[in-house]
Design a protein around this ligand. Structure first.
Ligand SMILES: [Fe+2]
Ligand SMILES: [Fe+2]
Length: 255
């Protein structure tokens, strides 16, 4: 195993906890610019994405497992949903590993990021973790996968279309149970909204630190409004997310 305890000196230790354990094949980087970011028409672009996504799914599984271990007294229903999520993410790891290897990839051939685990497992309470992992990062994942399904379909890659559609159905349920839990928690204790806001601010700062301008401006998609509605967001929240995505894009295009 590689040493999981060290934080790169370039990341703010207040925002990032320890890395998840990986075996010696994996090379972890701190920032998006340190990955192999191939141009869209590069022959390795898609294969590298499978490797990156496989590791992201591992982060998702590890976060869900860590929350189960850290919050044994949480409500049974939410623990059950997290346990299901853990199983889903493990299946996603296997799906991406299979397609990666079947298309000639070798585990460890490309560097990876573990910022999801480092940011989320570092948060002290379950509400904050679900806000960041499920309601923020995974909701962004719904937007990304919808875009990826369209792209795969345009390329005539039916195997990949089906893989993404399976993944998408699961991710929607992960965002939905978190939205329900967050809403119920705030209803029972309105002060919890402050924790939600604090967690989002912290995650957004940490995410920007990892991705940098280069990574964020590469985002080609806006929001999947239908997917987000299915995942339990209200109409106002969906519209706000779209407005924010449009603004972000315009601010980068204008520079
Ligand atoms: Fe997943
Ligand atoms: Fe997920």
């Amino acid at each position: 195993m590689t040493s999981a305890a060290q934080i790169s000196p370039t990341l703010d230790p207040k925002l990032f906890g320890d890395a998840p354990a990986r075996d010696a094949r994996f090379r972890e980087k701190s920032r998006w610019v340190d990955l192999m970011n191939f141009p869209d028409d590069h022959p390795l672009k898609v294969v590298e994405f499978f490797h990156r996504q496989m590791n992201e799914e591992m982060n998702g599984m590890e976060n869900a497992a860590q929350s189960l271990a850290d919050f044994p007294d949480a409500d049974w229903n939410v623990r059950l949903s997290i346990a299901r999520q853990c199983a889903d993410e493990a299946r996603h790891v296997e799906m991406f590993r299979r397609i990666f290897e079947s298309r000639g990839g070798e585990i460890g051939a490309y560097p990876v990021l573990n910022f999801q685990y480092r940011i989320i497992a570092n948060l002290p309470d379950l509400l904050s973790r679900l806000v960041v992992q499920n309601r923020s990062f995974e909701a962004g994942g719904i937007d990304a996968v919808t875009f990826a399904i369209d792209e795969a379909r345009k390329r005539g890659d039916q195997e990949l279309v089906e893989l993404f559609e399976m993944q998408q159905a699961d991710e929607i349920t992960h965002v939905r149970f978190a939205n329900e839990y967050i809403r119920d928690t705030i209803r029972a204790d309105p002060r919890a909204a402050l924790r939600v806001a604090r967690a989002l601010t912290l995650a957004s700062t940490a995410f920007t630190e990892v991705m940098g301008r280069e990574g964020i401006e590469k985002v080609e998609y806006l929001t999947d409004e239908r997917g987000r509605m299915e995942a339990g967001f209200g109409l106002e929240e969906v519209k706000a997310a779209t407005t924010q995505a449009i603004k972000r894009r315009a601010s980068y295009e204008g520079q």
